[in-house]
Design a protein around this ligand. Structure first.
Ligand code: ADP
Length: 165
């Protein structure tokens, strides 16, 4: 069984992420979407909230599993019996960093390959941080976030704002 892992912060999951998940789940027998803890980022949503949002929007994809981990990605892949990491590539700016990460992961785990899927043109410009910025100005988030999570997301944004007043 060919298992791939799609790691990220997913804070929150966007339509761009979901597009990569759908495409990768068509290629592999099983896709594990793993919310990774990134010490350099200060997330808006807790780990379990992010996992729940991803589960909600991938409920129609039977070969997609959602998990979270604070392990090293190369080790996590080994534990799960996977030899492929999926990454989405937006602009050239993603490339430098992702290329370096792919090399490092392969050095740690020589059986591990990284496969890049190019972003769909309509999602090229989309990132979780842009979506959070737009939400703060009450922009309509349809087309940015999967419909199923927009109400919960907006509720959280307005609670954060009230808390900040
Ligand atoms: P972000 O940069 O939005 O915080 P993550 O760390 O959650 O993203 O990203 C996880 C993976 O998803 C990375 O491989 C990233 O390049 C990819 N990705 C993020 N946004 C998009 C998008 N709009 N289209 C395609 N891939 C994307």
């Amino acid at each position: 069984m060919k298992i791939a892992i799609y790691p990220g912060s997913f804070d929150p999951i966007t339509c761009g992420h979901l597009n990569i998940i759908r495409r990768a789940s068509n290629i592999f027998d099983k896709l594990i979407v793993c919310v990774m803890i990134n010490a350099a980022k200060n997330p808006m949503f807790s780990l379990s909230e992010r996992v729940d949002m991803i589960r909600k929007v991938t409920a129609d994809l039977p070969n997609v599993e959602v998990d979270s981990s604070d392990s090293l990605l190369a080790e996590y892949a080994k534990e799960k019996g996977s030899c492929v990491i999926i990454k989405g590539l937006r602009a050239g700016s993603d490339f430098e960093n992702e290329f370096q990460m792919a090399m490092i992961n392969r050095k740690i785990n020589p059986n591990l390959d990284t496969m890049f899927l190019t972003a769909e043109h309509e999602y090229m410009y989309m990132s979780s941080s842009t979506v959070k910025e737009l939400a703060a100005y009450n922009v309509d988030l349809s087309g940015f976030l999967p419909e199923e999570i927009i109400p919960d997301f907006q509720k959280r944004i307005s609670t954060n704002h009230q808390g900040g007043k």
